[in-house]
Design a protein around this ligand. Structure first.
Ligand code: NAD
Length: 352
């Protein structure tokens, strides 16, 4: 397993491998860039096929956090962590206490929050060992997922306005993949705005609950990508836009919460070539971290959500920049973000 030669390695400042034999913790913490401030990012728990898959995931996710905070104008750097294990089987208070100690050792250069497979309670358990936790109930803004969902909803509205010239979602069909923390909240916002919602989840009970709550149509997990819809909203895991799914997509817009939606960077251009408007993942899903940036004793939900809502205008700016420059929206977003943080050049390039 190579680190520095890994295709996902991008001049990361620090990559820490943490192990605790007693609790069974095997974790990787990646800090990509701290030029805007200390790194902040979620912890993911997943049953990775192998350690290389976990490393690639944490490297890509932490890089995405640098771009996300830069575009949201937040004083944070990019970091992320992964715990290798099955969230349904391997969780224990001891495991999260050990993870808290691993975060504490970094002395504040990384602050941990929740992500896929990790709940607010799990982060609170880590918080018994370190104060470098965010998105917790006591003293924090709580679960970031509702704010993330609100940002995605506002982002979908921006994409629909840009692509379809519509100011609301009445009669717009949105196919949501994943009825988890974000997906479920997103479906409520969409339904409230008059959208026709399609929902699929590998956990069928979850999908059924959401379908019942918001009167959405249940779709088979294998069919949601190819569903006849105006918007495809990936709210499960990353890598969903690959060659196979690109050919199957029928929606003209891809806008959802999942991190790293593009299987490879070239898929941003491929979406553009197919005339599909893509809302870059780290822009549209920044609501949770924006909400966290408002944490503190004076937390004001309406002020925080007002800030999250600005994702709408940031996306419109990216769509327009992409049109003007003739580049993909993914590239337009990267360019705008890179204007906002300092990225050290690799040693070879710097010496040349
Ligand atoms: P979650 O674990 O609560 O929900 C994910 C859901 O996707 C689960 O219900 C799971 O069963 C389902 N799923 C997994 N694979 C699937 C598949 N192939 N088809 C259909 N459903 C599938 O996670 P979440 O917090 O809702 O996050 C969803 C996505 O949004 C993740 O990619 C996460 O990284 C990203 N994200 C979340 C937040 C946040 O605030 N929670 C913030 C930014 C980005």
């Amino acid at each position: 397993m190579s680190v520095f030669d890994n295709p996902a390695f991008d001049a990361h400042e620090e990559v820490v491998f943490s192990c605790d034999a007693d609790s069974g913790l095997k974790a990787i913490i990646a800090i990509h860039n701290t030029s805007r401030g200390p790194a902040l990012g979620g912890c993911r728990m997943w049953n990775y096929a192998d350690e290389s898959a976990a490393l690639a995931d944490v490297l890509r996710l932490s890089r995405g956090m640098t771009y996300k905070s830069a575009l949201a104008g937040l004083p944070y750097g990019g970091g992320k962590s992964v715990i290798i294990g099955d969230p349904a089987r391997d969780k224990s208070p001891a495991l999260f206490r050990a993870m808290g100690r691993a975060v504490q050792v970094l002395g504040g250069s990384y602050t941990v929050a929740e992500d896929v497979g990790i709940s607010v309670e799990d982060v609170e358990e880590m918080g018994r060992e370190t104060r470098h936790v965010a998105g917790v109930s006591s003293g924090g803004a709580g679960d970031p997922s509702p704010a993330t969902a609100y940002g995605v909803y506002m982002g979908i509205r921006a994409a629909v306005a840009h692509k379809l010239g519509r100011d609301d979602l009445r009669g717009v069909t949105v196919a949501v993949q994943g009825a988890g923390h974000v997906g479920a909240h997103l479906c409520r916002y969409l339904a409230h705005d008059g959208a026709d919602v399609l929902i699929a989840d590998i956990d069928n009970d979850r999908a059924k609950r959401v379908a019942h709550d918001v009167d959405a149509r249940l779709v088979d997990v294998d069919d949601i990508v190819a569903a006849q819809a105006d918007v495809f909203a990936p709210c499960a895991l990353g890598g969903i836009i690959d060659d196979r799914n690109l050919a199957r997509l029928r929606a003209g817009i891809v806008a959802g919460s999942a991190n790293n939606q593009l299987a490879e960077p070239r898929h941003g251009q491929a979406l553009k070539d197919r005339g599909i408007l893509y809302a870059p993942d780290y822009v549209i899903n920044a609501g949770g971290i924006i909400n966290i940036s408002h944490e503190g004793p004076d937390y004001d939900k309406s002020k925080a959500f007002g800030h999250v809502g600005r994702i709408h205008d940031t996306l419109l700016e990216i769509f327009r920049r992409a049109d003007r420059a003739g580049v993909s929206t993914a590239e337009a977003a990267d360019r705008l973000a890179e204007e906002r943080f300092t990225h050290p050049r690799p040693a070879a390039a710097a010496a040349a």
